[in-house]
Design a protein around this ligand. Structure first.
Ligand SMILES: Nc1ncnc2c1ncn2[C@@H]1O[C@H](COP(=O)(O)OP(=O)(O)OP(=O)(O)O)[C@@H](O)[C@H]1O
Length: 313
């Protein structure tokens, strides 16, 4: 049984179709990243999974419980940890009181261990907490009953880099212990470090579900090279070379020392790239992994031609 099964999930707010026939599974024991730009529909799916709102159509199960069946869901939620975006704890309560309240409902056998790791202040009222401290308290609260599944909406927002690293290591360790983690994010570097698979949502629709390895494999190469003299754009005649940029970089008024630099993202066969480069008298070249942001732009960009040129990715 999958830890989460989302099937034809649709949420129509009237003026916005926030989830449109969303479909994906999260396997038990994996870390699954739910990625998309602002307003894509991530929080809508997460709130539906937690039973805070009903789908217009379709459904989902969490740990086998149908999210539309309240009693099933209430029982399953004892084994689920949840960190909402911007947790809204009682402003007048202290951190300790917030944790005590949650502990009385679902338990807290891992509280001390998590407090040592994330170190939220405990004796101040929540209204005096910084955003990062609320987030730290939220992480302790989400994991302290040792849940089988943890659902988190943008868990690292507000955490400083040190805490983010600690969080990444912690999530990997949790995965090794068999905990299933579902988290939303728009931070690619985070997803790359901690997720096994990703689902990418854009304007309410899933545009891809794939392993992080496949996402990286499709990300292509950043190619840069320099040659003496000029290059015409028509000379960059190579299938899989995207958006070439050609710049004259040295001595614009000295024909003898004229150097041209070419850069593009490459998603084709590396042997064809080698053959192509062999056709130039190179002064310099380097090929490196393209930033994941470049891949995302292909999903996120509003330019339909970018969206549809999936054939050579
Ligand atoms: N209660 C609501 N009523 C009407 N529209 C809503 C409601 N909640 C969200 N929306 C709209 O639904 C769309 C999806 O919102 P959602 O919060 O699910 O996106 P998101 O991917 O989580 O975005 P973000 O990363 O900014 O949190 C947005 O256009 C949003 O304005």
């Amino acid at each position: 049984m999958s830890a989460i099964e989302v099937s034809g999930l649709t949420k129509d707010y009237g003026d916005v179709l926030a989830n449109d026939d969303v479909e994906f599974d999260v396997e038990a024991g994996e870390v699954f990243g739910y990625l998309g730009p602002n307003g894509a529909g991530k929080t809508t799916t997460i709130r539906t999974l937690m039973g805070f709102q009903s789908p217009t159509d379709g459904t989902a199960t969490v740990l086998g419980a149908d999210v539309r069946e309240e009693s099933e869901l209430v029982a399953a939620k004892r084994r689920i940890g949840y960190l909402p975006a911007n947790p809204a704890f009682d402003e007048t309560a202290t951190g300790r009181e917030v944790l005590d309240l949650h502990a009385s409902i679902k338990g807290d056998e891992r509280r001390e261990e998590l407090l040592e790791l994330f170190e939220p202040p405990l004796d101040r009222p929540i209204r005096d907490y910084s955003t990062g401290n609320v987030q730290k308290l939220g992480l302790v609260q989400a994991f302290m009953h040792d849940p089988d599944l943890v659902v988190m909406d943008e868990p690292t927002s507000g955490l400083d880099p040190l805490l983010q690293r600690r969080f990444n290591e912690f999530v990997r360790e949790e995965r090794d212990r068999g905990t299933t983690v579902f988290l939303s994010s728009h931070v690619l570097s985070e997803v790359r470090q901690i997720c096994d698979r990703v689902g990418i949502i854009r304007e309410g629709r899933m545009v891809a579900v794939e392993t992080v390895a496949d996402l990286l494999g499709r990300s292509g190469k950043s190619v840069h090279f320099r040659v003496a003299g000029d290059i015409d754009p028509e000379e960059i005649d190579l299938a899989g070379a995207h958006d070439p940029v050609i710049e004259r970089v040295e001595a614009p008024d000295d024909e003898a020392r004229r150097v041209t630099e070419v850069s593009f993202t490459y998603t084709g066969d590396v042997n064809e790239l080698a053959d192509f480069l062999a056709g130039f008298d190179l002064l310099e070249f380097d090929v490196e992994e393209a930033p994941l942001e470049d891949v995302f732009m292909r999903f996120y960009g509003d330019d339909e031609s970018e969206q549809s040129d999936g054939g050579d990715r």
